[in-house]
Design a protein around this ligand. Structure first.
Ligand SMILES: [Zn+2]
Length: 423
């Protein structure tokens, strides 16, 4: 280990234990969610990695009693999350996600009145799918993303990516390329960033005076009300409410002017913010915060109920699985998703109970799930391996998967952990 690496580790060790709120700096935080120890959820393992030790990190969440932000207690260094391990989540991983980003591009372009040649910058641009859509509308698009594998995929689409963490250098490269932005997008990315205040400040600086910052993230209210505990993992550091987003943006001179709510990933908020205080949509923001308060989103009792319910669901599903195993049934988990890894590790599922996991992504097939060490095979194996029961762990695209799986193996019985509704 080099000295600089050691210093970096000590730095992260220290900040991971600073229990200040990463939005407002408040020190009064309550530990409200405890899911045990987990590996990084979105690093599917290559065969040779299965024979090596794997790090586990505590997966607990803290609630800020001031701004209502929910954040992970332990923060895994970003280099470990995105650079040292091959990041495998692609934004274009299913027809449903491609349709979502097309809708995003159409809706946002219309709302902000995007003109050809306007500069669009995306933080966490992943495989470039969204920017490709904006390019088709004539915009000049620049992505910023730290994952080398994602930057390569984006390049294949013809999308320019600054392959780096978001910071002054990356931003200056983007600005030199296309000038200040009419639109800055940060989708499912601000919930991955530890230095939230610096990143929102960067967005504010890189925007034109008439520019829009559009942020999309899983919505804490949906996560908690629908017991979506598997949306919690180490790549997600933050779980946003409108209360905490409003607090954060205002600190950096960005004012929420519009909010849309969609069903992506079990419920996301799409928040539009602009620099002009006169455009602040106070009524809409207040209505959202009132609804969050009415559902007791910031109350400790809510999280006690949440923990009790997810434990009860776990035992019910495990009983069901054990009964099927007693009958000698072959069980496969369907959809090698990050959220599925939180679920399988919280449920302690592994090769004693599940035969393998199936997926259709070439980035995942042939690899193994972290923690549960299950091989990922092509969906077709559900028929050729005569699987009796499919455990749908990717409930967010569950209806689509159920239809697809029934065509592959019409005799398969599908079960859903915790009887979650399939979307
Ligand atoms: Zn706070």
């Amino acid at each position: 280990m080099t000295l600089s690496r050691l210093k970096q580790d000590i730095f992260w060790f220290r900040i991971s234990r600073m229990h200040d709120c990463i939005v407002c700096g408040n020190k009064t935080l309550s530990k409200v969610i405890e899911l045990g120890f987990h590996p990084i959820a979105d690093t599917f393992l290559k065969k040779e990695q299965v024979f090596k030790p794997q790090k586990l990190y505590p997966l607990n969440c803290l609630l800020c009693r001031q701004c209502g932000h929910l954040q992970n207690e332990y923060v895994v260094p970003p280099e470990e999350r995105y650079v040292e391990n091959e990041y495998s989540y692609t934004a274009s991983n299913s027809k449903i996600s491609c349709a979502h980003w097309q809708e995003y591009c159409d809706t946002v372009s219309q709302y902000i009145n995007l003109s050809p040649q306007d500069h669009v910058i995306e933080f966490g641009s992943n495989d470039g799918i969204l920017l490709e859509y904006f390019t088709k509308k004539g915009a000049k698009a620049t992505g910023i993303d730290p994952s080398p594998s994602m930057a390569k995929l984006a390049a294949k689409r013809g999308v320019y990516t600054v392959n780096s963490f978001l910071g002054k250098t990356a931003l200056s490269v983007a600005l030199k390329r296309g000038g200040k932005a009419k639109l800055i997008c940060g989708n499912n990315v601000f919930n991955h960033i530890f230095n939230l205040n610096e990143s929102v400040a960067a967005a504010s600086q890189a925007l034109r005076p008439d520019g829009y910052f559009v942020f999309e993230s899983p919505y804490l209210k949906d996560t908690i009300e629908n017991y979506l505990f598997d949306m919690i993992y180490h790549e997600h550091i933050s779980y946003f409410s409108i209360k905490s987003a409003d607090y954060l943006f205002k600190k950096h001179g960005l004012y929420i002017t519009n909010i849309e709510h969609n069903k992506y990933h079990g419920g996301c908020i799409r928040v539009y913010a602009q620099k002009d205080l006169a455009l602040y949509n106070k009524k809409l923001v207040t209505d959202y915060i009132k609804a969050e308060q009415a559902s007791k989103l910031f109350s400790l009792e809510t999280y006690k109920k949440f923990m009790a319910k997810i434990a009860k669901d776990k035992f019910a599903t495990l009983n069901q699985i054990y009964a099927l195993k007693k009958q000698g049934k072959k069980i496969a988990a369907i959809g090698a998703a990050t959220k599925g890894n939180t679920l399988m590790n919280y449920y302690k599922l592994d090769s004693n109970t599940i035969d393998f996991v199936t997926d259709s992504s070439p980035q995942k097939i042939g690899k193994y799930t972290p923690g549960s060490y299950l091989p990922i095979l092509h969906d077709r194996k559900l028929a050729s391996e005569k699987v009796d029961v499919g455990l749908i762990i990717s409930w967010n695209i569950g209806r689509f998967l159920a239809e697809k799986i029934k065509k592959i193996n019409k005799n398969i019985r599908l079960i859903v952990p915790g009887e979650k509704k399939l979307l």
